[in-house]
Design a protein around this ligand. Structure first.
Ligand SMILES: Cc1cc2nc3c(=O)[nH]c(=O)nc-3n(C[C@H](O)[C@H](O)[C@H](O)COP(=O)(O)O)c2cc1C
Length: 329
């Protein structure tokens, strides 16, 4: 049987499928089931910068009835039932998750602007996190803030989190950078041990009857994978950090594509919401069979086979492909 063992962030994993951050990991039973179904690792749901800051202000109950006493950016989350778990509850959950399963548990810190909250990275390490995934989710909507400043803000955040911990740090980024390759290299230079491609931005819909903005979370569509494949294939082979794909992975064929692009691990969330946690096992069975049918002994034999990097001019290659695609419809 082909070998599915995978190394990611210096951790040895039983398979390349990592369960990405979502409320599925709020349940220890789910985490155990993920391990039994063959997951290589689990990324816990995120602990948000704002949750930490709220906790740091102290007396959470007081602020629920005295919102004016809080800085404006914390008022909304102070009353959200979804964030009843505070930062210390998150750390306790991480500790319990580590006890419940023996696969690596990756804690997820979600923020954009470095500050005192970053020291919680150390607490996650102490609680047993095998690595940290830093999700940089920020909608740049200030006309005085330039793209370069936003990039600098992220790089500073990565450097600061890295300086707090010894465990590896992966950085989950959005696809919305004008010069992705440059930014990816800068993140690697700031210390990112892996880049997780890509964050999805959840776009609220408009309800035209009630004339309100409706928060809408749709699960991903399989087509979303292509953007990830492109950038992984473009970055693989010349970046000083590993790559992991999240977004649009549903089948074992998708996993093969990700590995061929150069992804170290392949992440799943929406597929598990749709088909259940046992879908990990089905996907791994399909992957094993595919590798065997094609004569591959391990994932390393497949990794990067469809990456673009080969010393050629990637921009010219992309341009040529773009022209070909438009003519091929
Ligand atoms: C219900 C739900 C909750 C999520 N919560 C988080 C989160 O807390 N932190 C995070 O980094 N990503 C979160 N995500 C994003 C997923 O980790 C993943 O990156 C995204 O769904 C794309 O992968 P998929 O196509 O396999 O779903 C969430 C996704 C869903 C569907």
């Amino acid at each position: 049987m082909p070998d599915l063992q995978t190394k990611y962030l210096g951790l040895t994993m039983q398979s390349p499928i990592v369960v990405s951050a979502s409320p599925l990991s709020e349940s220890l039973d789910n985490i155990r089931e993920m391990e039994q179904a063959g997951a290589g690792a689990v990324v816990l749901f995120s602990l948000f910068e704002e949750q930490i800051e709220l906790e740091e202000m102290g007396h959470k109950e007081y602020y629920q009835t005295h919102l004016d006493a809080l800085p404006e950016e914390l008022r909304d989350i102070a009353t959200m039932a979804e964030f009843k778990l505070g930062a210390s509850d998150y750390i306790a959950h991480l500790y319990r998750a580590k006890k419940a399963a023996s696969i690596p548990i990756i804690a997820s810190l979600n923020g954009y602007y470095s500050g005192g909250w970053v020291r919680y990275a150390k607490l996650l390490e102490v609680a047993g996190a095998d690595a940290i995934e830093l999700n940089t989710y920020y909608l740049a909507n200030d006309r005085h803030t330039s793209g370069a400043e936003v990039e600098q803000m992220y790089l500073q955040l990565v450097q600061d989190v890295k300086s707090e911990v010894k465990i590896p740090v992966a950085v989950k980024i959005s696809p919305f950078f004008t010069a992705m390759t440059h930014m990816a290299h800068e993140l690697a230079r700031a210390g990112a041990d892996a880049l997780v491609l890509f964050n999805r931005f959840y776009q609220p819909d408009f309800d035209i009857e009630t004339e309100t903005v409706a928060p809408t979370l749709s699960l991903s569509a399989p087509e979303e994978l292509r953007l990830r494949l492109r950038w992984t294939a473009l970055l693989y082979g010349h970046l000083n950090s590993e790559l992991a794909i999240t977004g649009g992975v549903y089948t074992h064929e998708d996993v093969v594509k990700c590995i061929m692009a150069g992804s170290q691990t392949v992440m799943m969330t929406s597929a598990l919401y749709k088909h259940g946690i046992q879908h990990i096992r089905n996907t791994l069975n399909g992957l094993e069979q595919w590798l065997e049918d094609h004569g591959y002994k391990s994932l390393d034999d497949v990794r990067g086979r469809l990456c673009v990097y080969s010393g050629t001019n990637a921009a010219a290659f992309e341009r040529a492909n773009y022209m070909k695609v438009l003519k091929s419809y």
